[in-house]
Design a protein around this ligand. Structure first.
Ligand code: ADP
Ligand code: ZN
Length: 613
């Protein structure tokens, strides 16, 4: 940053420093803000935690009139507004949770030019009365958050978003911006077209989330694996555990609670009041784990979610990226952890085979599944596989994923692949993996004897490898698409046409050596640099005290703790130990309003600590 720069009071940089307490802009924030200030439209693609909110908040403060933020979830508007009010920004929301009088009060403030930001849900614009009201006041800008909801392509489609195309016509000259963290090519196209943003400038800052460490393990005992992961790497941290079914969600939450963790279930089948309460607890308290189906998470902007775990495979890499993206919005080290096994691979292949008949759709899903399984089975850097999937150039090693930290060998398994495929063929393409592996290792089970497969020349031809090794080989062959699942019969394995060159010895096959879960864990935690910088609020008395003070203030005001200060801000306080208000104001995240409100309270605590030390 140019320190000689002297921003005037109403410049975007001055507001960033004075109101939000941040020193400089990130990525393209400055360009985006400038474009909006000059009246231009924008489409902003930034990963979660990239800093999208400031891109509309700052111009809404500077431009005359009220900035209208269209956000899909009314449940979260309160937090968004509380956060801004803490910064001393004049913000409010209007939604169905407000009484008629309360709504009228907010509208009166807008008329009196006393509000800089207004949050509403898209359906509110469909109300004629409200639309007429907006047309009669001065609007600074429209920000359409989670803009991917306008596309049917993803899984968050919201029909009300389609009506937002009329804003251009009725509010000419008012800049519009669409923001999202999810945007593959088709979604991006839909955003431009359906929101009438043909003249918008695209700002895309890349998808990498360098603070998230990716781990993917092969399932052996999923519960225990999860428990060790939490205990070893995230004791006392807030996290989300995703499962596929409601039943599994409930069982898992119960089991984790029995192990002494604070875990709450969340899925669409729960009583709405309970669901809401669990979400609130997760947002407002420290160290809570939510075990959930994918019904949980959209728009959750808790900044210090330290891990996201998947006990079942997500639907696609887009879904994986979005779900794991909920970890570490504050930029501090966080984990995306997943286990998968043969059963998951089979289940997904089955699901694909039984899904509709639309050939084009099937082809797309086929490719998406292939990419997801490729990510699981890769021996390459995981981050790079992800980034390349989103069209970004990535080379080398990231140093912060399991395959970089504990390199995985691959081996030439062409011969083994031939044996496995022949075994499917010779036994009539109707048996499952366990049976086939028994034949290969030469186990004389009752069924094998009954079918006479103990007389095949293949019987026992793979006895040099363990059951687990052969299972891994089958899993990978299914993942690569060389084997399909018979849906008409009992789910036996069948040969896909793609396996022909392998059987004819014209194509080599490379398999990954599945690392032993325990071994990979040890190496990962002994990896110095990244684990040292990990936030551990249990480790220092001062951090514990700072966190307790924050919780006390949050409870008093009925807001989540991170609305008072982010973890990052507390961490910096504990490292720099400011002793005057002037020094305190230098901490990132301390703006004018928070300095006035909390400066003395936290300085007192820090001084006490100093005198004890
Ligand atoms: P997004 O909406 O893109 O997921 P947010 O707008 O919530 O991300 O920002 C993520 C975090 O980064 C927030 O805690 C925010 O205050 C912080 N942040 C944003 N811009 C800056 C900046 N220029 N300097 C420091 N912190 C920032
Ligand atoms: Zn890596």
């Amino acid at each position: 940053m140019n320190t000689a720069e002297q921003p005037d009071d109403q410049s975007s940089l001055a507001i960033l420093r004075r109101v939000f307490g941040y020193e400089s802009f990130r990525h393209q924030q400055r360009e985006i803000i400038e474009r909006t200030l000059s009246g231009g439209d924008s489409v902003v693609l930034m990963p979660t935690g990239g800093g999208k909110s400031l891109c509309y908040q700052i111009p809404a403060i500077i431009r005359p009139g009220v900035g209208v933020i269209i956000s899909p979830l009314i449940a979260l508007m309160q937090d968004q507004v509380d956060t801004l009010v803490e910064y001393g920004v004049r913000a409010a929301y209007i939604n169905s949770t407000l009484s008629f009088e309360e709504q009228a009060r907010v509208q009166a403030k807008i008329r009196a030019q006393e509000l800089d930001l207004l949050y509403i849900a898209p359906e509110r614009l469909a109300s004629e009365e409200f639309f007429a009201f907006l047309c009669s006041v001065n609007v600074a800008l429209f920000a359409i958050d989670e803009a991917h909801c306008v596309s049917q392509w993803g899984h968050d489609f919201r029909p009300d978003y389609l009506k937002l195309d009329c804003l251009k016509e009725h509010f000419s000259g008012v800049p519009r911006m669409a923001l999202t963290a999810t945007a593959d090519e088709p979604t991006r196209k839909d955003i431009f077209e359906r929101l009438n943003l043909q003249d918008a400038k695209l700002f895309s800052t890349g998808f990498d989330r360098p603070n998230i460490r990716y781990h993917v393990q092969v399932k052996s005992n999923a519960r225990q694996q999860l428990l060790s992961f939490i205990r070893e790497e995230h004791q006392g941290d807030a996290g989300i555990v995703y499962c596929m079914s409601r039943k599994k969600v409930e069982k898992m939450a119960e089991w984790l609670s029995k192990q002494g963790l604070r875990a709450l279930p969340y899925h669409a089948g729960l009583d709405p009041r309970m669901r809401e309460e669990h979400q609130r607890t997760f947002l407002q308290e420290e160290g809570v784990i939510v075990v959930a189906t994918i019904a949980f998470g959209m728009g959750i902007d808790k900044s210090n979610v330290r891990f996201v775990a998947h006990l079942d495979l997500p639907k696609s890499l887009e879904a994986y990226y979005q779900e794991t993206g909920r970890a570490g919005r504050d930029g501090l080290p966080s984990s995306a952890w997943m286990v998968y096994g043969l059963g998951d691979v089979v289940a997904l292949r089955q699901m694909l085979a039984s899904s509709g008949t639309d050939q084009e759709q099937k082809f797309i899903e086929h490719r998406k599944l292939g990419s997801l399984l490729g990510f699981c089975e890769t021996t390459d850097c995981r981050r790079h596989v992800l980034l390349r999937y989103f069209g970004e150039d990535a080379q080398g090693k990231c140093g912060n994923c399991d395959t970089c930290l504990t390199p995985v060998d691959s081996w030439d398994g062409s011969l083994e692949a031939q044996k496995a495929l022949s075994c499917i063929y010779r036994t009539g393409q109707r048996f499952g993996v366990t049976y086939l592996v028994d034949v290969l290792v030469g186990k004389e089970t009752e069924r094998i004897v009954q079918f006479g497969h103990n007389h095949l020349s293949l019987f026992g031809s793979g006895s040099d490898r363990s059951h687990a090794e052969w299972t891994s080989i089958f899993r990978q062959l299914i993942a690569f698409g060389y084997i399909t699942i018979d849906l008409a019969g009992y789910g036996g394995l069948q040969l896909a046409p793609e396996c022909k060159p392998i059987l004819q010895g014209e194509q080599q096959v490379h398999f990954r050596h599945d690392p032993h879960p325990r071994k990979s864990k040890q190496t990962a935690t002994s990896h110095g640099a990244s684990s040292k910088e990990k936030v551990n609020f249990e480790s220092s008395e001062l951090l514990k005290a700072l966190r307790a003070k924050r919780m006390f203030l949050a409870k008093k005001q009925g807001v989540p703790p991170y609305v008072i200060f982010h973890d990052k801000t507390l961490l910096q306080m504990s490292q720099e130990l400011p002793s005057t208000l002037e020094e305190f104001s230098q901490i990132s995240g301390v703006g004018e309003s928070k300095l006035a409100k909390y400066g003395d309270i936290f300085l007192e605590l820090l001084n006490e600590h100093r005198s004890k030390a």
